[in-house]
Design a protein around this ligand. Structure first.
Ligand code: AGP
Length: 612
């Protein structure tokens, strides 16, 4: 996720800003840049790659001044490159931005129509042009603060921005809507940052901006209004976290932080991609041209680990909504068989890192057979998207915990969008059903927040099962990939043996394992498969297994059979996996944490597996 740092005071801004950006490195980035008011105007230095490259560039071209903004970029629109690195300038202003501007296509077309020439592929550059144009309406008479408010009233989406102007050397204007931004109040200096660690070397007194706030930062302090121009006050909070705690947002581990980030990153993955009125998904965002969507004869998913579990859900959705035959293969197996690909296949390679060697090898086999490749990845321009015909990106931001959580739920969201998109192009999905599915998906982050609000109960259950050496996870339909994922999470970080099974397969073998010592997590929300899965729960009970049910709130009969019930809110079948996986992630996390394991870096595992 991008990082923003700003400084206005009496000290040399550039080194302070670079130092602040270094404190945000854990957020991940591909390029960086700084803009400083250097007396006569704003000067910008940017560099691709690590901050050391920016420091080298700053040695060659020092920026001297006491007001400035800086940025580390995690690409979402436009590949990682120096040209796409922030800050972006237009006339007297320079802007840094974290987030996604949903109406960027329309705004860009409008600005181009007015003669604006864009220098980058980013959505951010639009903000620079909009602010510059507002200032130009009455040169010298409109403040940067007022111009930024007016510009932001045109912007739809999520943003945290910081803007400086040649004409106001002692001011930084910042704004937030959906992306984090904190203001730090120092002695004769004011700062801003995407996250607390960027500020801690200077101050522990901070103001958390709220959505819709626009703030004017001066060395003497801050004043805040809404985008609409109404004055607001926000409390000053004193932070006593250590640097390490601050990096994890106060959570004990990155994995827990990432679990709790899921509503926000699923929202980011959906943002700007859904047309609710038409019950459709914008073609430009999907990486599959409409004519290809109409003519493919099969969708062939390849992936490993957690991404493979997302692929299983993807197959269900593609079959149900787009009525295209779909298969799922473990990428690590594909190359050891003689896989049969056709030029009419759409091969969807799912990889959060975009670098997994096995998935890359499967992509090469499919390419050699002339199949069309779509990469579904979280890392813009990584190896798999680069070798694909198109890319569909999740917007989870960098995932630091080795055990994947937020990347999984964003993959699910992206796959459901893909299925709707294919269904609409192929005319297998009526507009009304597409509208209902997309509406449900759009509302899912709020339901995810509700489920995550019950995390303490998962802690309690974790205490009860922490000593279990074997745990079974069962699920049917869209609950099956969640059972697989729940078992994988528990194995990865708690080192307990866990099996994920299709509930209907239980009586074909695993039922022999069940006794009173065996905890069995059953994914059993009120969906089309509910009655069948409920019968499996009764079979488990008959053998004295301890049932931990993930069930829909209000399901009275579940109270009679399950030892523990984790309630999830009622939702449409299609979006249930985004909810039912959350208790599984929390359960694994708490079991591993109770055992004192290294949750973020479990033994023997690598975040990205670049060997076959
Ligand atoms: C998930 O918790 C694992 N760390 C692992 O299974 C992972 O999903 C797998 O290695 C695939 O990685 P990718 O999505 O980056 O290709």
């Amino acid at each position: 996720m991008c990082g923003i740092v700003g400084y206005v005071g009496t000290k040399d801004a550039a080194p302070l800003i670079v130092d602040g950006l270094r404190k945000l490195e854990y957020r991940g980035y591909d390029s960086a840049g700084v803009a400083v008011h250097a007396g006569k105007g704003i000067e910008i230095v940017r560099a691709l790659g690590k901050l050391v490259n920016l420091s080298v560039a700053l040695e060659k071209h020092p920026l001297l001044g006491t007001t400035g903004i800086g940025h580390t970029r995690w690409a979402t629109h436009g590949r990682p490159s120096e040209i796409n690195a922030h800050p972006h300038a237009s006339g007297p202003v320079a802007v840094v931005h974290n987030g996604i501007i949903e109406n960027h296509v329309a705004l860009r077309l409008e600005l181009e129509g007015l003669g604006v020439r864009f220098l980058s592929d980013t959505d951010t550059e639009i903000v620079a042009h909009l602010v510059a144009r507002e200032l130009a309406v009455a040169p010298g008479k409109v403040s940067l603060f007022v111009a930024a408010q007016a510009a932001l009233r045109r912007v739809v989406g999520a943003y945290a921005i910081a803007v400086v102007s040649k004409d106001e050397p002692d001011v930084i204007v910042v704004a937030r809507s959906g992306s984090p931004l904190v203001v730090g109040l120092g002695q004769g200096e004011t700062l801003c940052g995407s996250d607390i660690p960027a500020l801690l070397a200077h101050t522990r007194d901070v103001v958390f901006l709220e959505d819709g706030d626009v703030a004017e930062l001066r060395a003497s302090g801050v004043r805040i209004e809404t985008v609409a121009g109404e004055a607001v006050t926000r409390p000053v909070k004193h932070i006593d976290w250590s640097h390490v705690q601050a990096e994890r947002g106060g959570y004990k581990h990155f994995m827990l932080k990432e679990i709790h980030e899921q509503p926000e990153v699923v929202e980011a993955t959906l943002r700007g991609r859904i047309d609710l009125a038409e019950g459709d998904v914008y073609a430009g965002e999907m990486g599959v041209p409409p004519e290809v969507a109409r003519t493919i004869q099969r969708v062939y998913f390849v992936a490993c680990g957690t991404s493979h579990h997302a692929a299983i859900a993807g197959r269900y959705w593609v079959e149900q909504l787009a009525k295209v035959p779909a298969v799922v293969e473990l990428a690590s197996e594909v190359r050891y068989r003689d896989p049969i690909f056709f030029p009419t296949d759409l091969v969807v390679a799912i990889s959060q890192s975009g670098e997994t060697a096995d998935t890359m090898a499967a992509v090469k086999s499919a390419k050699a057979a002339g199949a069309r490749i779509l990469a579904l990845s979280n890392v813009v321009d990584s190896a798999i998207p680069r070798s694909a015909d198109g890319a569909l990106y999740t917007h989870a931001g960098p995932e630091i915990g080795v055990a994947s959580t937020k990347c999984f739920t964003t993959q699910l969201a992206a796959l459901l969008l893909l299925a709707v998109y294919l269904g609409r192009r192929r005319e297998t999905l009526p507009k009304e059903r597409a509208q209902a599915v997309l509406q449900a998906l759009w509302e899912t982050p709020a339901l995810m927040r509700e489920v995550l609000g019950d995390a303490d109960y998962m802690h309690l259950i974790a205490k009860r099962i922490a000593k279990a050496t074997d745990v079974l996870f069962l699920g049917r339909g869209l609950g099956f990939p969640i059972a697989l994922e729940g078992a994988l999470k528990l194995k990865e970080i708690s080192y307990a043996h866990a099996e994920g099974y299709a509930a209907g397969e239980m009586k074909h073998g695993p039922i022999a394992l069940i006794d009173e010592r065996m905890p069995i997590v059953v994914v059993c929300p009120k969906d089309a498969q509910y009655d069948k899965t409920f019968s499996n729960i009764q079979e488990v009970c008959a053998r004295e297994g301890q049932v931990i049910a993930i069930a829909t709130r209000g399901d009275e009969q579940m109270l009679e059979v399950a030892q523990h019930i984790v309630w999830i809110p009622a939702a449409r079948d299609e979006v249930l996996p985004l909810l039912t996986v959350l208790p599984c992630q929390l359960l694994s996390y708490f079991v591993a944490s109770l055992k004192g394991n290294d949750v973020d870096q479990p033994r023997n595992l690598a975040k990205t597996v670049t060997v076959e």
